[in-house]
Design a protein around this ligand. Structure first.
Ligand code: SF4
Length: 351
């Protein structure tokens, strides 16, 4: 691969065809940081409205740093992977406390920000500051693995070292930010996982996979593990006025989010125990009033939903009672919304 020629072809193609995405209209390192965190594991079309709402509510790093965590999570609600939002929030507080609100130009300082790894640091450095720093995400990895006919599997250390090294070489030239975005754009639109459109590809003549007719077998992708099945019990607790009790979740699955009280396991005995454990009392259904299935990246959840009528308790830092129309102001997961729907439907049936 001739880096200068590949760079030239990619930049010319990107200048002609780049999509007009909201974060591409900005060189503000904070806005680029937000967009890059949102785009991890999430599709561009899904991110756009979230990004716009988030930046309207938190237009600069000071606004985000001084916000309450619940407010931040509420603006992330539905986007999933809530740990990203909490780390972004902590990162903003770090930037305000340590760097006077300026996202650092220095890569070592950027890498010290909570939630910022090599990828995000490189994205901010190259796109916001036009520094010659590489980025390798899934799209870039696929493009480079094909262009260079890399035979070792993605995710293996030897492959990652090679990919980051090649991406670093490509970034050593004019407009590294545009170059990195061109690589990502090529992977997203042309060099797609299935049926890449090689006839339209600006780097076709530099691509070994194309020359060797191995486009279909590269990159080498490790076999995906099936998500682990997990059984849970949830208690949909509603007081006499129809307000719903929510608890701050424990554990890593939804750590820190407000949701219906849940516990790993199954059966009415566990629902009784869970109800007591969170500090609620009322009339608990003898059996599950509904079931919810929900798939996360590594977990396939099956949830038995029990209902607790006339629920009473004492609100505290990790337990609160809310009207349904106040839920939007909290960061609650899509799963919690599903459980609330199942619980509400069962309440209607029992009326
Ligand atoms: Fe990907 Fe085909 Fe372009 Fe090679 S020629 S980089 S396989 S789209």
């Amino acid at each position: 691969m001739s880096a200068p020629q590949v760079r030239k072809a990619l930049l010319a193609w990107y200048d002609r065809t780049a999509r007009d995405l909201p974060w591409r209209r900005s060189r503000d390192p904070y806005a680029i940081w937000v967009s890059e965190i949102m785009l991890q594991q999430t599709r561009v079309e899904t991110v756009i409205p979230y990004y716009e709402r988030f930046l309207t509510r938190f237009p600069h790093v000071h606004a985000l740093a001084s916000a309450a965590e619940d407010d931040v999570l509420a603006h992330w609600s539905g986007l999933g992977y809530y740990r990203r939002a909490r780390l972004l929030h902590r990162g903003a507080q770090h930037v305000v406390a340590v760097h006077e609100g300026q996202v650092p130009r220095d890569p070592t300082q950027r890498l010290a920000m909570p939630g910022v790894g090599r990828y995000t640091a490189g994205a901010i450095g190259s796109i916001a500051y036009d520094l010659p720093e590489p980025i390798v995400d899934g799209n870039v990895a696929r493009v480079l693995a094909r262009m260079l006919a890399i035979d070792t599997a993605l995710g293996e250390r030897v492959t990652e070292t090679r990919l980051w090294g090649e991406a670093a070489q490509l970034a050593q030239g004019e407009r590294p930010g545009a170059l990195n975005q061109a690589l990502m754009e090529l992977g997203a639109l042309v060099c797609t996982p299935q049926k890449p459109r090689c006839v339209e590809c600006p780097v076709r003549e530099h691509c070994r996979a194309f020359a060797e007719r191995r486009v279909d077998v590269l990159p080498v992708v490790p076999a995906k593990k099936a998500p682990k099945a997990l059984q849970l019990v949830a208690v949909h607790a509603v007081d006499r006025e129809g307000k719903v009790w929510l608890a701050r979740s424990e554990g890593s699955l939804f750590g820190g989010l407000w949701g219906v009280p849940m516990s790993e396991g199954k059966g009415a005995a566990l629902a009784t125990d869970l109800t007591k454990r969170v500090g609620l009392s009322g009339t608990l259904s003898k059996k599950a009033v509904g079931h919810v299935r929900h798939v996360l990246t590594h977990r396939a959840l099956a949830i038995e939903v029990f209902s607790l009528h006339g629920a009473t308790g004492k609100a505290h830092a990790t337990l609160k009672c809310l009207r349904a129309d106040a839920l939007d102001a909290l960061g609650i997961s899509t799963l919690t919304r599903k459980i609330l729907q199942v619980g509400a439907a069962s309440s209607l049936r029992s009326v």
